[in-house]
Design a protein around this ligand. Structure first.
Ligand code: MN
Length: 264
């Protein structure tokens, strides 16, 4: 097989252990270009930096290999890696391995998944990989790395699917305890007790966004239920957010007159 040109980024920052694990897992496939945020940028979603200069600087990862760090967001890192480091030649892009789940509706908050989406928008076959820790330390990045390598190879051979990516979540279990892999659909994720209000030492209120996950009985076949049952979840995701179920209602608010023009 030809050596692949692989774009790697994350949202946990350039020195996150998951990034190094991903880089090392992908290394046998070809040339890995690592460009990641210089500090942790989790939960920045699809944010892009438009009003200040972006810089790239070379760094050495813990295994002595060369990588690049940027003051931009994960999405900025994808753009810069593609345009500056890789001269717009990339066979596949992988974001991760994130420390924490990226499941259900939460993926819109995720810097990891949105970095992969940015790569998909640029026409690069793209993959986001997370270990679904929910707060506990990551036991091992190994199964996530193994799957990242095999999926990156398949995706590169398949070629890009317009504005689509594959979102992978690996349960935080020892390698031998993972039951298998399931292709899933995106589940729901709703929270209760979202905003905690406390009082600062100067008697002014401050707020902390967190929340408890609400159980959802409709989650059968979802990414969330797969991970909860000990399976790796593999979900194809696309950017199209059109609410097709809502179309007829909204159409009815703008009736078409007899001559075919819409009344507004
Ligand atoms: Mn993260």
């Amino acid at each position: 097989m030809n050596r692949l040109r692989i774009l790697v980024t994350n949202d946990d920052g350039i020195f996150a252990p998951g990034l190094l694990a991903l880089k090392q897992a992908l290394q046998p496939l070809g040339d890995v270009f690592v460009l990641a945020p210089e500090r942790p940028r989790s939960a920045t979603g699809h944010a892009v930096t438009l009003h200040k200069p972006l810089r790239i600087h070379e760094v050495e990862l813990a295994d002595g290999s060369r990588a690049w760090a940027s003051n931009g967001t994960p999405t900025d890192c994808v753009t810069l890696a593609f345009d500056v480091l890789m001269e717009q030649q990339a066979d596949v892009a992988v974001a991760g391995i994130n420390d924490g789940a990226n499941l259900g509706w939460d993926i819109t908050y995720s810097g990891t998944v949105m970095a992969a989406l940015e790569a998909a928008i640029l026409g690069i076959p793209a993959l986001a990989v997370s270990v679904a820790t929910d707060g506990a330390p990551v036991l091992t990045f190994e199964p996530a790395g193994v799957l990242a390598r095999s999926l990156a190879e398949r995706l590169a051979a398949h070629g890009p699917v317009e504005a689509s990516l594959i979102n992978v979540n690996v349960p935080n279990l020892p390698t031998g305890a993972i039951k298998g892999t399931r292709v899933t659909q995106q589940g729901r994720r709703e929270y209760t007790d979202r905003t905690v209000t406390r009082t600062d030492p100067r008697d002014k209120p401050y707020y902390w966004i967190s929340g408890m996950l609400k159980d959802d009985p409709r989650e059968n076949g979802s990414d969330i239920s797969a991970v909860r049952s000990g399976y790796i979840s593999v979900t194809p995701i696309e950017i199209d957010m059109t609410a097709h179920a809502m179309m007829p209602t909204v159409e009815s608010w703008f009736p078409t007159s007899a001559d075919g023009r819409r009344d507004t």
